[in-house]
Ligand binder design. Structure first.
Ligand SMILES: NC(=O)c1ccc[n+]([C@@H]2O[C@H](COP(=O)([O-])OP(=O)(O)OC[C@H]3O[C@@H](n4cnc5c(N)ncnc54)[C@H](O)[C@@H]3O)[C@@H](O)[C@H]2O)c1
Length: 351
Protein backbone atom coordinates (compact mmCIF):
# COMPACT_ATOMS: atom_id res chain seq x y z
CA UNK A 1 0.00 0.00 0.00
CA UNK A 2 1.35 3.41 -1.00
CA UNK A 3 0.60 6.56 1.01
CA UNK A 4 0.70 10.16 -0.19
CA UNK A 5 0.30 12.86 2.47
CA UNK A 6 -1.62 16.02 1.56
CA UNK A 7 -0.91 19.14 3.64
CA UNK A 8 -3.73 21.51 2.80
CA UNK A 9 -5.95 23.35 5.33
CA UNK A 10 -6.59 19.81 6.55
CA UNK A 11 -3.82 17.19 6.52
CA UNK A 12 -4.75 13.74 5.30
CA UNK A 13 -3.44 10.60 3.66
CA UNK A 14 -4.29 9.19 0.25
CA UNK A 15 -3.87 5.40 0.34
CA UNK A 16 -3.31 3.59 -2.95
CA UNK A 17 -3.35 -0.20 -3.12
CA UNK A 18 -5.35 -3.24 -4.16
CA UNK A 19 -7.87 -5.46 -2.43
CA UNK A 20 -8.36 -3.65 0.90
CA UNK A 21 -12.03 -2.69 0.59
CA UNK A 22 -13.12 -5.43 3.01
CA UNK A 23 -10.82 -4.02 5.71
CA UNK A 24 -11.82 -0.41 5.15
CA UNK A 25 -13.68 -0.14 8.47
CA UNK A 26 -10.50 -0.95 10.40
CA UNK A 27 -8.58 1.65 8.43
CA UNK A 28 -11.19 4.37 8.90
CA UNK A 29 -11.32 3.55 12.61
CA UNK A 30 -7.65 4.59 12.81
CA UNK A 31 -8.70 8.21 12.17
CA UNK A 32 -12.35 8.36 13.25
CA UNK A 33 -14.08 6.87 16.27
CA UNK A 34 -16.99 4.58 15.33
CA UNK A 35 -20.06 6.74 14.67
CA UNK A 36 -22.92 6.83 12.21
CA UNK A 37 -21.64 6.54 8.65
CA UNK A 38 -23.68 7.65 5.64
CA UNK A 39 -22.52 5.84 2.52
CA UNK A 40 -23.35 7.95 -0.54
CA UNK A 41 -23.05 6.05 -3.80
CA UNK A 42 -24.64 5.68 -7.22
CA UNK A 43 -26.77 2.63 -8.03
CA UNK A 44 -24.08 0.94 -10.18
CA UNK A 45 -21.24 1.29 -7.70
CA UNK A 46 -23.40 0.53 -4.67
CA UNK A 47 -24.56 -2.75 -6.20
CA UNK A 48 -20.93 -3.76 -6.82
CA UNK A 49 -19.17 -2.56 -3.66
CA UNK A 50 -21.75 -1.14 -1.24
CA UNK A 51 -22.26 -4.46 0.57
CA UNK A 52 -18.52 -4.98 1.19
CA UNK A 53 -18.00 -1.44 2.46
CA UNK A 54 -21.09 -1.55 4.66
CA UNK A 55 -20.13 -4.90 6.18
CA UNK A 56 -16.60 -3.73 6.84
CA UNK A 57 -17.74 -0.52 8.52
CA UNK A 58 -20.29 -2.38 10.67
CA UNK A 59 -17.68 -4.93 11.70
CA UNK A 60 -15.59 -2.03 13.02
CA UNK A 61 -18.43 -0.58 15.06
CA UNK A 62 -19.91 2.02 12.68
CA UNK A 63 -23.69 2.25 12.30
CA UNK A 64 -24.35 2.53 8.59
CA UNK A 65 -27.13 4.01 6.47
CA UNK A 66 -26.93 4.54 2.73
CA UNK A 67 -28.11 7.11 0.21
CA UNK A 68 -28.07 5.66 -3.31
CA UNK A 69 -28.81 7.80 -6.38
CA UNK A 70 -29.06 7.10 -10.15
CA UNK A 71 -25.60 6.99 -11.77
CA UNK A 72 -24.51 9.72 -14.16
CA UNK A 73 -23.58 13.39 -14.35
CA UNK A 74 -27.22 14.49 -14.25
CA UNK A 75 -27.38 13.44 -10.61
CA UNK A 76 -24.69 15.98 -9.70
CA UNK A 77 -27.46 18.48 -9.13
CA UNK A 78 -29.00 20.71 -6.50
CA UNK A 79 -31.91 18.30 -6.45
CA UNK A 80 -29.80 15.30 -5.35
CA UNK A 81 -27.79 17.54 -3.03
CA UNK A 82 -31.05 18.61 -1.33
CA UNK A 83 -32.22 15.01 -1.07
CA UNK A 84 -29.00 14.05 0.74
CA UNK A 85 -29.43 16.93 3.22
CA UNK A 86 -33.04 15.87 3.94
CA UNK A 87 -32.03 12.20 4.21
CA UNK A 88 -29.37 13.06 6.81
CA UNK A 89 -31.76 15.23 8.81
CA UNK A 90 -34.44 12.50 8.76
CA UNK A 91 -31.85 10.00 9.97
CA UNK A 92 -30.64 12.34 12.73
CA UNK A 93 -27.07 12.44 11.46
CA UNK A 94 -25.01 14.70 13.72
CA UNK A 95 -21.94 16.86 13.20
CA UNK A 96 -19.65 14.17 14.64
CA UNK A 97 -20.81 11.54 12.14
CA UNK A 98 -19.19 10.61 8.83
CA UNK A 99 -20.02 10.77 5.12
CA UNK A 100 -18.49 8.05 2.94
CA UNK A 101 -18.26 8.88 -0.78
CA UNK A 102 -18.13 5.55 -2.62
CA UNK A 103 -17.84 5.95 -6.39
CA UNK A 104 -16.52 8.11 -9.20
CA UNK A 105 -16.09 11.85 -9.50
CA UNK A 106 -19.82 12.51 -9.55
CA UNK A 107 -20.26 10.79 -6.19
CA UNK A 108 -17.15 12.42 -4.71
CA UNK A 109 -18.08 15.95 -5.79
CA UNK A 110 -21.69 15.58 -4.68
CA UNK A 111 -20.90 13.93 -1.34
CA UNK A 112 -18.09 16.36 -0.57
CA UNK A 113 -20.37 19.33 -1.09
CA UNK A 114 -23.13 17.67 0.95
CA UNK A 115 -20.61 17.01 3.76
CA UNK A 116 -19.35 20.61 3.60
CA UNK A 117 -22.89 21.97 3.98
CA UNK A 118 -24.74 19.59 6.27
CA UNK A 119 -24.71 21.15 9.76
CA UNK A 120 -21.98 23.46 8.38
CA UNK A 121 -19.52 20.63 7.92
CA UNK A 122 -19.26 16.91 8.67
CA UNK A 123 -16.15 14.73 8.14
CA UNK A 124 -16.05 12.71 4.96
CA UNK A 125 -13.82 10.09 3.35
CA UNK A 126 -13.40 9.47 -0.35
CA UNK A 127 -13.40 5.92 -1.73
CA UNK A 128 -12.82 6.60 -5.44
CA UNK A 129 -13.74 3.78 -7.84
CA UNK A 130 -12.91 5.31 -11.24
CA UNK A 131 -9.50 6.20 -12.66
CA UNK A 132 -10.57 9.83 -12.90
CA UNK A 133 -11.64 9.95 -9.27
CA UNK A 134 -8.45 8.24 -8.08
CA UNK A 135 -6.06 10.51 -9.96
CA UNK A 136 -7.94 13.74 -9.67
CA UNK A 137 -11.34 14.45 -8.15
CA UNK A 138 -10.96 12.65 -4.80
CA UNK A 139 -7.83 14.66 -3.90
CA UNK A 140 -7.68 18.38 -3.25
CA UNK A 141 -11.06 19.26 -1.81
CA UNK A 142 -12.94 20.75 -4.75
CA UNK A 143 -16.58 19.78 -4.30
CA UNK A 144 -19.57 20.95 -6.31
CA UNK A 145 -22.83 20.33 -8.09
CA UNK A 146 -23.82 21.61 -11.53
CA UNK A 147 -26.31 24.38 -12.25
CA UNK A 148 -28.35 24.77 -15.44
CA UNK A 149 -25.92 27.53 -16.45
CA UNK A 150 -22.88 25.26 -16.30
CA UNK A 151 -20.70 22.70 -14.57
CA UNK A 152 -19.60 22.93 -10.93
CA UNK A 153 -21.06 26.39 -10.45
CA UNK A 154 -22.22 25.71 -6.89
CA UNK A 155 -19.72 24.20 -4.48
CA UNK A 156 -17.08 24.56 -1.80
CA UNK A 157 -13.46 23.82 -1.06
CA UNK A 158 -13.75 21.07 1.53
CA UNK A 159 -11.05 18.49 2.17
CA UNK A 160 -11.78 14.84 3.06
CA UNK A 161 -10.18 13.32 6.17
CA UNK A 162 -8.72 10.48 4.07
CA UNK A 163 -8.84 8.95 0.58
CA UNK A 164 -8.76 5.18 0.00
CA UNK A 165 -8.09 4.21 -3.62
CA UNK A 166 -8.50 0.46 -4.06
CA UNK A 167 -7.35 -0.27 -7.61
CA UNK A 168 -9.07 -3.65 -7.56
CA UNK A 169 -12.37 -1.79 -8.01
CA UNK A 170 -11.15 -0.68 -11.45
CA UNK A 171 -11.55 -4.27 -12.71
CA UNK A 172 -15.31 -3.73 -13.12
CA UNK A 173 -14.96 -0.37 -14.84
CA UNK A 174 -16.16 -0.35 -18.47
CA UNK A 175 -13.24 0.13 -20.91
CA UNK A 176 -14.59 3.50 -21.98
CA UNK A 177 -14.79 4.82 -18.42
CA UNK A 178 -11.24 3.62 -17.78
CA UNK A 179 -10.08 5.57 -20.86
CA UNK A 180 -11.90 8.72 -19.75
CA UNK A 181 -9.72 8.81 -16.63
CA UNK A 182 -6.63 8.61 -18.82
CA UNK A 183 -7.39 12.12 -20.10
CA UNK A 184 -6.64 13.58 -16.66
CA UNK A 185 -3.50 11.42 -16.39
CA UNK A 186 -2.17 12.73 -19.71
CA UNK A 187 -3.11 16.25 -18.57
CA UNK A 188 -0.70 15.94 -15.61
CA UNK A 189 2.13 14.96 -17.95
CA UNK A 190 1.40 17.89 -20.27
CA UNK A 191 1.18 20.54 -17.57
CA UNK A 192 3.67 19.51 -14.91
CA UNK A 193 5.87 16.53 -15.65
CA UNK A 194 7.55 16.03 -19.04
CA UNK A 195 9.26 12.80 -17.91
CA UNK A 196 5.91 11.38 -16.88
CA UNK A 197 4.51 12.32 -20.31
CA UNK A 198 7.40 10.44 -21.96
CA UNK A 199 6.60 7.46 -19.72
CA UNK A 200 2.98 7.60 -20.91
CA UNK A 201 4.11 7.73 -24.54
CA UNK A 202 6.06 4.50 -24.08
CA UNK A 203 4.05 2.48 -21.57
CA UNK A 204 0.53 1.19 -21.03
CA UNK A 205 -1.38 3.01 -18.30
CA UNK A 206 -3.36 -0.12 -17.46
CA UNK A 207 -0.25 -2.26 -16.93
CA UNK A 208 1.21 0.35 -14.58
CA UNK A 209 -1.95 1.58 -12.94
CA UNK A 210 -0.84 1.80 -9.28
CA UNK A 211 2.40 3.54 -10.18
CA UNK A 212 0.56 5.96 -12.51
CA UNK A 213 -2.11 6.77 -9.91
CA UNK A 214 0.53 7.42 -7.27
CA UNK A 215 2.47 9.79 -9.54
CA UNK A 216 -0.71 11.71 -10.45
CA UNK A 217 -1.73 12.03 -6.79
CA UNK A 218 1.77 13.33 -5.95
CA UNK A 219 1.57 15.92 -8.73
CA UNK A 220 -1.89 17.02 -7.64
CA UNK A 221 -0.83 17.03 -3.97
CA UNK A 222 2.07 19.37 -4.76
CA UNK A 223 -0.23 21.79 -6.59
CA UNK A 224 -2.87 21.73 -3.85
CA UNK A 225 -0.25 22.22 -1.12
CA UNK A 226 0.96 25.33 -2.96
CA UNK A 227 -2.42 26.78 -3.89
CA UNK A 228 -5.38 25.07 -2.26
CA UNK A 229 -7.90 27.78 -3.13
CA UNK A 230 -6.92 28.24 -6.78
CA UNK A 231 -5.54 31.75 -6.65
CA UNK A 232 -2.59 30.85 -8.88
CA UNK A 233 -0.90 27.57 -9.83
CA UNK A 234 -3.92 25.36 -9.27
CA UNK A 235 -5.52 26.94 -12.31
CA UNK A 236 -3.03 24.92 -14.38
CA UNK A 237 -5.05 21.81 -13.56
CA UNK A 238 -7.78 23.32 -15.71
CA UNK A 239 -5.82 22.59 -18.91
CA UNK A 240 -8.47 21.39 -21.37
CA UNK A 241 -11.28 22.11 -18.92
CA UNK A 242 -12.60 25.52 -19.99
CA UNK A 243 -13.33 24.31 -23.50
CA UNK A 244 -13.99 20.81 -22.17
CA UNK A 245 -16.79 22.12 -19.97
CA UNK A 246 -18.20 23.89 -23.03
CA UNK A 247 -18.13 20.57 -24.91
CA UNK A 248 -19.95 18.86 -22.02
CA UNK A 249 -22.52 21.64 -21.93
CA UNK A 250 -23.14 21.59 -25.69
CA UNK A 251 -23.67 17.82 -25.53
CA UNK A 252 -26.21 18.26 -22.73
CA UNK A 253 -23.84 16.19 -20.56
CA UNK A 254 -23.96 13.18 -22.90
CA UNK A 255 -20.23 13.53 -23.60
CA UNK A 256 -18.42 12.47 -20.42
CA UNK A 257 -16.07 14.76 -18.51
CA UNK A 258 -12.92 12.79 -19.46
CA UNK A 259 -13.79 12.69 -23.16
CA UNK A 260 -14.61 16.41 -23.10
CA UNK A 261 -11.29 17.23 -21.41
CA UNK A 262 -9.47 15.23 -24.09
CA UNK A 263 -11.14 17.30 -26.83
CA UNK A 264 -10.61 20.49 -24.79
CA UNK A 265 -6.84 19.87 -24.45
CA UNK A 266 -6.49 19.38 -28.21
CA UNK A 267 -8.41 22.59 -28.98
CA UNK A 268 -6.38 24.56 -26.39
CA UNK A 269 -3.01 23.27 -27.69
CA UNK A 270 -3.88 23.74 -31.37
CA UNK A 271 -5.57 27.10 -30.79
CA UNK A 272 -2.52 28.40 -28.89
CA UNK A 273 -0.20 27.37 -31.74
CA UNK A 274 -2.35 28.63 -34.59
CA UNK A 275 -3.08 31.99 -32.99
CA UNK A 276 0.65 32.52 -32.34
CA UNK A 277 0.54 32.35 -28.53
CA UNK A 278 3.18 29.61 -28.56
CA UNK A 279 5.78 28.57 -31.13
CA UNK A 280 5.26 24.83 -31.09
CA UNK A 281 2.40 22.57 -32.09
CA UNK A 282 2.06 20.42 -28.97
CA UNK A 283 -0.65 18.29 -30.54
CA UNK A 284 2.21 16.35 -32.18
CA UNK A 285 2.69 14.42 -28.95
CA UNK A 286 -0.70 15.05 -27.33
CA UNK A 287 -2.81 13.57 -30.16
CA UNK A 288 -1.07 10.18 -30.40
CA UNK A 289 -1.02 9.70 -26.61
CA UNK A 290 -4.73 10.49 -26.36
CA UNK A 291 -5.58 8.24 -29.32
CA UNK A 292 -3.45 5.40 -27.92
CA UNK A 293 -5.70 5.55 -24.86
CA UNK A 294 -8.92 5.49 -26.93
CA UNK A 295 -9.76 9.13 -26.22
CA UNK A 296 -11.62 11.38 -28.69
CA UNK A 297 -9.69 14.24 -30.29
CA UNK A 298 -12.32 15.68 -32.64
CA UNK A 299 -15.22 17.93 -31.76
CA UNK A 300 -18.71 17.78 -33.26
CA UNK A 301 -19.69 21.32 -32.17
CA UNK A 302 -19.04 24.57 -34.00
CA UNK A 303 -16.87 27.43 -32.70
CA UNK A 304 -20.04 29.49 -32.20
CA UNK A 305 -21.68 26.79 -30.04
CA UNK A 306 -18.56 26.25 -27.92
CA UNK A 307 -18.01 29.99 -27.55
CA UNK A 308 -21.54 30.56 -26.22
CA UNK A 309 -21.16 27.68 -23.76
CA UNK A 310 -17.67 28.79 -22.62
CA UNK A 311 -18.92 32.22 -21.66
CA UNK A 312 -20.74 30.81 -18.64
CA UNK A 313 -17.47 29.33 -17.32
CA UNK A 314 -16.55 30.44 -13.81
CA UNK A 315 -12.92 31.02 -14.85
CA UNK A 316 -14.19 34.05 -16.74
CA UNK A 317 -13.94 37.62 -15.50
CA UNK A 318 -15.97 40.36 -17.16
CA UNK A 319 -13.93 40.81 -20.33
CA UNK A 320 -11.42 37.98 -20.30
CA UNK A 321 -11.28 34.24 -19.93
CA UNK A 322 -8.29 32.31 -18.53
CA UNK A 323 -7.06 29.54 -20.76
CA UNK A 324 -4.27 27.13 -19.92
CA UNK A 325 -1.91 26.61 -22.83
CA UNK A 326 1.24 24.48 -23.14
CA UNK A 327 4.62 26.22 -23.28
CA UNK A 328 6.82 23.12 -23.27
CA UNK A 329 6.08 19.45 -22.69
CA UNK A 330 5.52 19.34 -18.92
CA UNK A 331 4.97 23.08 -18.60
CA UNK A 332 1.85 25.17 -19.15
CA UNK A 333 0.97 28.81 -18.60
CA UNK A 334 -2.16 30.75 -17.80
CA UNK A 335 -3.12 32.92 -20.75
CA UNK A 336 -5.82 35.55 -20.50
CA UNK A 337 -7.83 35.81 -23.70
CA UNK A 338 -10.28 38.62 -24.30
CA UNK A 339 -13.84 37.41 -24.68
CA UNK A 340 -13.93 38.88 -28.18
CA UNK A 341 -10.85 36.84 -29.25
CA UNK A 342 -12.10 33.61 -27.74
CA UNK A 343 -14.27 32.62 -30.70
CA UNK A 344 -11.32 32.89 -33.09
CA UNK A 345 -9.13 30.91 -30.67
CA UNK A 346 -11.69 28.10 -30.60
CA UNK A 347 -12.16 28.25 -34.38
CA UNK A 348 -8.41 27.87 -34.93
CA UNK A 349 -8.26 25.11 -32.32
CA UNK A 350 -10.97 23.05 -33.99
CA UNK A 351 -8.88 22.07 -37.03
N1 LIG B 1 -13.41 17.74 -7.79
C1 LIG B 1 -12.48 17.74 -8.72
O1 LIG B 1 -11.36 18.22 -8.50
C2 LIG B 1 -12.78 17.12 -10.05
C3 LIG B 1 -11.73 16.87 -10.96
C4 LIG B 1 -12.03 16.25 -12.16
C5 LIG B 1 -13.35 15.85 -12.44
N2 LIG B 1 -14.33 16.11 -11.54
C6 LIG B 1 -15.72 15.68 -11.79
O2 LIG B 1 -15.75 14.27 -11.82
C7 LIG B 1 -16.90 13.85 -12.56
C8 LIG B 1 -16.55 12.72 -13.48
O3 LIG B 1 -16.11 11.63 -12.70
P1 LIG B 1 -16.20 10.13 -13.27
O4 LIG B 1 -15.68 10.08 -14.65
O5 LIG B 1 -15.56 9.28 -12.23
O6 LIG B 1 -17.76 9.90 -13.39
P2 LIG B 1 -18.85 9.05 -12.58
O7 LIG B 1 -18.72 9.22 -11.13
O8 LIG B 1 -20.16 9.37 -13.20
O9 LIG B 1 -18.48 7.55 -12.95
C9 LIG B 1 -18.58 7.12 -14.29
C10 LIG B 1 -19.47 5.88 -14.42
O10 LIG B 1 -18.74 4.76 -13.95
C11 LIG B 1 -19.54 3.98 -13.03
N3 LIG B 1 -18.60 3.39 -12.09
C12 LIG B 1 -17.85 4.05 -11.18
N4 LIG B 1 -17.00 3.20 -10.59
C13 LIG B 1 -17.21 1.98 -11.14
C14 LIG B 1 -16.61 0.71 -10.98
N5 LIG B 1 -15.57 0.54 -10.17
N6 LIG B 1 -17.08 -0.32 -11.72
C15 LIG B 1 -18.10 -0.13 -12.60
N7 LIG B 1 -18.68 1.06 -12.82
C16 LIG B 1 -18.23 2.09 -12.10
C17 LIG B 1 -20.49 4.99 -12.43
O11 LIG B 1 -21.66 4.35 -11.97
C18 LIG B 1 -20.77 5.92 -13.61
O12 LIG B 1 -21.81 5.40 -14.40
C19 LIG B 1 -17.40 15.09 -13.29
O13 LIG B 1 -18.57 15.55 -12.67
C20 LIG B 1 -16.29 16.10 -13.11
O14 LIG B 1 -16.75 17.43 -13.10
C21 LIG B 1 -14.06 16.72 -10.36
Amino acid sequence: METVRVSASKEYNVYIGSGFLSSLGERIKEIKNPCRAVIVSDDTVYSLYGGTVKKSLEKSGFTVCEFVFPHGEKSKSLLTFGEIQEFCAENSITRTDLFVALGGGVTGDLTGFAAASYLRGVDFVQIPTTVLAMVDSSVGGKTAVNLNAGKNLCGAFYQPIAVYADCETLSTLPEETFSEGCAEIIKYGMILDGDFLTFLQNNSIKDNIEKVIKRCVEIKRDVVNRDEFENGDRKLLNFGHTIGHAVEKCSNLTISHGNAVSIGMVIAARGAYKTGMVNEDFTKVLLPVLEANSLPVKCEFSAEELYAAALSDKKRSLDTISLIVPEKYGLCKIQKVSVKDLKEFIKQGLN
